[in-house]
Design a protein around this ligand. Sequence first.
Ligand code: PLP
Length: 420
Amino acid sequence: MSNLLGRHRAVMPSWLSLYYEQPIEIVSGRGRRVTDSDGRTYLDFFAGILTTMLGYDVPEVREAVERQLRTGVAHTSTLYLIRSQVELAEQIAALSGIADAKVFFTNSGTEANETALLLATNARRSDQVLALRNSYHGRSYGAMAVTGNRGWKNSSLSPVNVHYLHGTDRDRFPHLSDEEFLAFCADDLRQVLATATATDVACLIAEPVQGVGGFTVAPDGLLARYREILDEHGILLVSDEVQTGWGRTGEHFWGIQAHGVTPDVMTFAKGLGNGFAIGGVVADGALMDALPANGISTFGGNPVATAAAKATLDYLLAHDLQANARRLGRLLVDGLRTAVEKLPVVGDVRGRGLMLAVDLVDPDGGAPSPALAARVLEEAKRRGLLIGKGGLHGHTLRMAPPLTLTEDEATEGLGILVDS
Ligand code: PLP
């Protein structure tokens, strides 16, 4: 174990920061648990950063992958048709609620957002883009450009002109009522549009619940209010559903449905392949067709990944895991509110479905405390629970267990977290 850690430091770049002071080497997984090389088992409340949404070693997914591998075709490229790819695209298009939708597969959320930006800027012949403050959209040049927090970018250069909007910074305006805050945000957008350096703006890209931002929920109705104004200008709305898709938020299948609007474009990834690399874009067909037809991605829509994704989506729908996320999300957020919200080290507890966050603060003065978050993360791991951290100052504990979580496991995880 210590050898592996030493080797990691020798062969991987120093900027690839380690999450844990003493990272564990995971060797196997089953259900909602993983085992490390020392034989210790952990309940996983972060699900490979929200990817293993059905948990580990799911027979239906494994069998679908094995079936594809037994055909001898691990990959063909999108030059040819693959049944699971076509069926998956049909299913996602139908689930999207977007009229005449078409789907383009990628390997990650970053590429999905890059494709969405390409679609929107191409369709509107404009490099002006709106994004929310403290958003995170990925690692590539464009996706990073629309990321709204300097701390998560590794370049300040940008291929697009980005204007950041208020909306998920509700806590900075405690003197405003909910309605006043929405009016303030609408005003903010109108101001930005009035002063944008070009007359046309291509799109607004937004996460309905900011993931890396610390599971910050966009106030309900915000995106509807924005949509009204965007429509006056023909500006496209892109919903980044990379974290919020597939029912994780409990109340809705897509996070943006909480706002009662249908976007023009949605991007997705993370949980779809239950661990296999797949992402994509679902958009209005005319918009998709307007993109010059040279859009082949060598690995996007890989047949093993689409087989895994089709099996994952079928399982998710057959077992109504959205309802499970809603029920256990409530149980966990209520449990956290009761057990930890009043502790002097806790600044805030929030959640939507199985996206739950606790902000840790210095008990003297209430400043965000990333050091405390790191300590709790280590302590939870020592007690057998894996969680995530994040947020604006790295002071937010993030919990996003697989959607197959059971009530017993929810209670067990909650107990460990509270003790930690
Ligand atoms: N969009 C959101 C909302 C994300 O949270 C992430 C990753 O965390 C991405 C995009 C980028 O996805 P990926 O890491 O698969 O490239």
